[in-house]
Design a protein around this ligand. Structure first.
Ligand code: NAP
Length: 249
């Protein structure tokens, strides 16, 4: 390693932003956060950042070599499996130390009425029969899975407004960025007479309030299980990831 240690954070989560924030000002460390570019106005991390795909494993390997990346932290969304697999492959090939910063999924609590499924297609099938008014809290890219459902009205909450109309029949799109409060989520569910929620089990505090609200209001949640976590060393907290970096500079 040269005198300056180059850390690449693969971002897309609040934890990635917090990690860049906590490491800002660390002597001998240059931090670059990489974002997929899924949102037009992402929360700007401190330090440097870049936006957009690398071009698969080969592109990421080229980037790691060109930028002389010494360390990589995969702080991507738990459902972003392609970039995590690419990071594992590229780091293994170039011998770049890699840490996965991954929060635990939400555990099911007593009082939760969850219908757990493995993917969005299963979620769409599970929704049928649960009611006519459904709160969809999945990403913009995943709305297609619900397009074929008839006689269902969807409340869709996204981080940013859609550029194209959603591929669903009857629906209302609202925007919002966590953290949300349980009280606010109960109000929203009541206002729209929601009968069931579809959520991805992404863990973390920022979007947990809808799960608490569903529990309080005895509403079913179609919960998409998280995919298996990427291989390699893991940290569950930003503090543990900061320690991992400090041990290496
Ligand atoms: P993905 O399927 O893992 O990645 C698809 C491609 O996007 C990657 O192969 C890579 O392109 C690029 N990419 C993803 N993350 C990147 C990053 N941090 N920096 C640079 N390039 C990145 O991830 P996804 O398509 O973004 O999303 C998959 C799931 O994750 C969805 O369920 C989505 O809702 C959820 N999610 C993602 C994010 C996010 O910020 N990515 C945030 C919230 C939720 P190349 O192969 O060209 O390098």
């Amino acid at each position: 390693m040269s005198d300056l240690v180059n850390l690449l954070i693969l971002g897309g989560t609040g934890e990635a932003v917090q990690l860049a924030d906590w490491l800002a000002g660390e002597p001998r460390l240059r931090v670059v956060t990489s974002l997929a570019g899924r949102t037009l106005k992402p929360t700007q991390p401190r330090g440097d950042h870049r936006i957009g795909g690398f071009g698969g494993v080969e592109g990421l390997k080229r980037y790691l070599a060109d930028q002389r990346i010494d360390l990589l932290i995969d702080a991507t969304h738990p459902f972003a499996t392609t970039i995590s697999a690419n990071a594992a492959a590229a780091c293994d090939a170039l011998d770049v130390p890699r840490l996965v910063l991954a929060r635990d999924p939400w555990p099911k609590s007593s009082g939760d009425h969850w219908i757990e499924v493995d993917d969005l297609d299963q979620a769409a099938r599970a929704v049928q029969g649960l009611g006519r008014r459904i709160f969809l809290t999945v990403g913009r890219q995943e709305l297609d899975a619900f397009a074929a459902l008839k006689n269902v009205w969807f409340l869709i909450r996204l981080i940013e407004p859609l550029v194209q109309p959603p591929p669903l029949g009857e629906c209302l799109v609202i925007t919002g960025r966590g953290p949300f409060s349980t009280e606010g989520e109960c109000r929203l569910l009541t206002q729209h007479r929601i009968e069931a929620i579809v959520a991805k089990n992404s863990g973390g505090a920022a979007t947990y309030a809808k799960i608490e609200a569903a529990r309080e209001m005895h509403l079913p949640v179609v919960m998409v299980r998280p995919p298996p976590s990427p291989p390699g060393e893991h940290a569950k907290t930003v503090a543990a990831a900061v320690d991992w970096v400090r041990r290496r500079i």
